[in-house]
Design a protein around this ligand. Structure first.
Ligand code: TGC
Ligand code: FAD
Length: 404
C-alpha cells in the first residue's frame, strides 16, 4: 500500500511535467529560430499529444485528427522550401521538431517523418514541376496523407531485391506486387511506391488511393508503435499514368536518399524519447521514498541517472554536429547511419533503466516509460535495423561490403 506521499506522486504522474535537459548548454549552439520551433512544438505536444496518447496507444488507434495540427505547427517537411509546402527552415530546426514530437510518442514523429521525408521529399527532389505543384502544398497542409512503399514481405533489409514491378502499357505502367509494414498506408491518399521496371531499374511513382486494383489493408496485433497505423500495399494490375512516375531518378539512390533524410530525423527524435524517460525517472527518484529516503539518494539510482544524462548529452552533441554538417550539405549516409543507430539504441537502453527506477509503477501507463520502450523496439528496426547500420559503418570504414 502506498504511503499518502507516494500515492500523491502517482496521482500526479499523468500530468505532463516534462522539462528539457541540457547538461552541456547545447541550447547555446541553437539559434533563435531553432529555439522558437522547439518550444512551440513542445507546447503543442503538451496540449495535444500528452493528454490523449496513452489512451490511443492502449486502444491501438492512430490519432489521425493530429495530422492537421502537425501541419499547422510546420512538422511536415520543415527543411523543404515553403513554396512547395515545407517549412523553409534548416536541418537543425527539422531535427529539434522531430525531437519534441518523439518526446510525445514515436508514432507521432513517424506520422511527420513519413509525410515530410518519405513522401514530400521524393516528390520535391525527384518529381516533375507538375507533380510538385499538384501534391506538395496539399501534403504540407495535411489535406493529403501520404505513405512510402519500399519494404516487401520478402525484402526488408535488402530492398534492392524487390519483386514489385511495372510493365509498359503506352501512356501508363501496369503495377503488380505488394509492400509490407507501411506506416499510414490504410489512411493514405497517396503512396510513393518503388518498383522495378522491365529494364530492371528502380522507379518511384505516385499511386492514388482510388486507382483500380490498389488496396491498403491494416496490419493488426502490434505491441509497438500502437498509436501509429501500419498496413500493406497490394497492387493487382494497377494502371499508373506515366505522368505519376518520378522522372528524376531510376535507381536505388531514389529510395535510399529518402531514407537518409528520415534517418536523420530519427537520430534527433530518439533523443526526445530518451529525455522523456530520463525526466520522468529523475522526478520519480526525488519524490519516491523507500527506507526513509528518496530513492535518488541511493548510489545505484544515481549511477543509472548519471549514465542516462551522459548518454543523452553525447547523443545531443552527435545530432547537433550532424545537423551542422547537413546544413552544409556534407552529412554522409554513413554519418547518418551512425547517429541513427547510436541514438536509438541509447534511447532504448535509457527506457529500460528508467523502467527499473519506476519500480512496479514503471510497467503501467501512468508513466510513459513502457510505451516509449515498446515504440523504440520498432524504431531500432525500421529505417534500417540496428545491425544493418552497423554494417553500413563497417563498410564505410573498411571499404568492404559485409551485406552479401
Ligand atoms: P548500394 O549499392 O549501397 O547503393 C545504391 C545506390 O544508392 C546510393 N545510396 C544512398 N544514397 C543516399 N542515401 C543513402 N543512405 C544511400 N545508400 C546508398 C548509392 O550511392 C548508390 O547510388 P548510385 O547512384 O551509385 O546507384 O545499395 P544496396 O542495394 O547494396 O543497399 C545497401 C543497404 C543494405 C545499406 C540498403 O539496402 C539499406 O539501407 N537497407 C535497409 C533498408 C531500410 O532501411 N528500409 C527502410 C524502409 S522505409 C521505413 O522503414 C520507414 S519507417 C517510417 C516511419 O514510420 O518513421
Ligand atoms: P529482415 O530484413 O528480415 O531482418 C531480420 C533480421 O536479420 C534483423 O535483425 C536484421 O538486422 C538481420 N539481417 C538482415 N540482413 C542481414 C545481413 N546482411 N547481415 C546481418 N544481419 C542481417 N517500410 C517501408 O517501406 N515503409 C514504411 O513506412 C515502413 N514503416 C514501418 C513501420 C513499422 C511499425 C515497422 C515494424 C516497419 C516498417 N517498415 C516500413 C519496414 C522496416 O523498414 C523493415 O521492417 C526493416 O527494414 C527490416 O526489414 P524486415 O522486417 O524484413 O527484417
Amino acid at each position: 500500500m502506498a504511503t499518502p506521499h507516494n500515492a500523491e506522486i502517482n496521482r500526479k504522474a499523468k500530468e505532463d511535467r516534462f522539462q528539457g535537459h541540457d547538461y552541456y548548454n547545447i541550447d547555446e549552439l541553437l539559434n533563435e529560430d531553432h529555439l522558437l520551433a522547439r518550444d512551440a512544438v513542445r507546447t503543442w505536444v503538451k496540449q495535444e499529444v500528452s493528454p490523449i496518447i496513452e489512451d490511443y496507444a492502449n486502444r491501438a488507434e492512430c490519432p489521425t485528427h493530429l495530422f492537421k495540427g502537425l501541419a499547422e505547427i510546420g512538422a511536415f517537411g520543415p527543411s523543404l522550401p515553403a513554396e512547395y509546402g515545407g517549412g523553409g527552415m534548416d536541418e537543425i530546426a527539422y531535427g529539434v521538431i522531430m525531437q519534441e514530437l518523439e518526446r510525445g510518442d514515436s508514432g507521432i514523429r513517424s506520422m511527420a517523418s513519413v509525410q515530410g521525408s518519405l513522401v514530400m521529399y521524393p516528390i520535391y527532389r525527384f518529381g516533375s514541376e507538375e507533380q510538385k505543384r499538384k501534391y506538395l502544398p496539399k501534403l504540407g497542409a495535411g489535406e493529403f496523407i501520404g505513405c512510402f512503399g519500399l519494404t516487401e514481405p520478402d525484402h526488408g533489409s535488402n530492398p534492392s531485391g524487390m519483386v514489385t514491378h511495372v510493365r509498359d502499357d503506352g501512356d501508363a505502367y501496369i503495377l503488380n506486387g505488394a509492400k509490407m509494414w507501411i506506416t499510414n498506408s490504410p489512411v493514405a491518399d497517396i503512396a510513393v511506391v518503388w518498383a522495378r521496371d522491365e529494364e530492371g531499374k528502380i522507379r518511384g511513382m505516385i499511386v492514388e488511393k482510388d486507382f483500380k486494383g490498389f488496396s491498403a489493408p491494416e496490419i493488426h496485433g502490434k505491441w509497438s508503435l500502437r498509436a501509429s497505423i501500419t498496413g500493406e500495399l497490394v497492387f493487382e494490375d494497377v494502371r499508373v499514368p506515366k505522368a505519376n512516375v518520378l522522372p528524376e531518378v531510376a535507381s536505388m539512390r531514389g529510395p535510399l536518399s529518402c531514407l537518409s533524410k528520415a534517418r536523420y530525423g530519427i537520430a534527433w527524435g530518439a533523443i526526445g524519447a530518451a529525455m522523456d524517460c530520463y525526466d520522468s525517472a529523475l522526478r520519480y527518484s526525488l519524490e519516491r521514498t523507500q527506507f526513509g529516503k528518496p530513492i535518488g539518494q541511493f548510489q545505484l539510482t544515481q549511477k543509472k541517472l548519471a549514465e542516462m544524462i551522459t548518454e543523452i548529452t553525447k547523443a545531443q552533441l552527435l545530432a547537433w554536429r550532424l545537423g551542422t554538417l547537413a546544413n552544409q550539405g556534407k552529412a554522409t549516409p554513413g554519418q547518418i547511419s551512425m547517429a541513427k543507430r547510436n541514438n536509438v539504441n541509447m534511447a532504448l537502453e535509457i527506457a529500460r533503466e528508467a523502467r527499473q527506477i519506476h519500480g512496479g509503477m514503471g510497467i503501467t501507463n501512468e508513466y510513459p516509460i513502457m510505451r516509449h520502450m515498446m515504440n523504440l523496439e520498432t524504431v531500432l528496426t525500421y529505417e534500417g535495423t540496428h545491425d544493418i547500420h552497423l554494417l553500413i559503418t563497417g563498410h564505410d570504414v573498411t571499404g568492404l561490403d559485409a551485406f552479401k
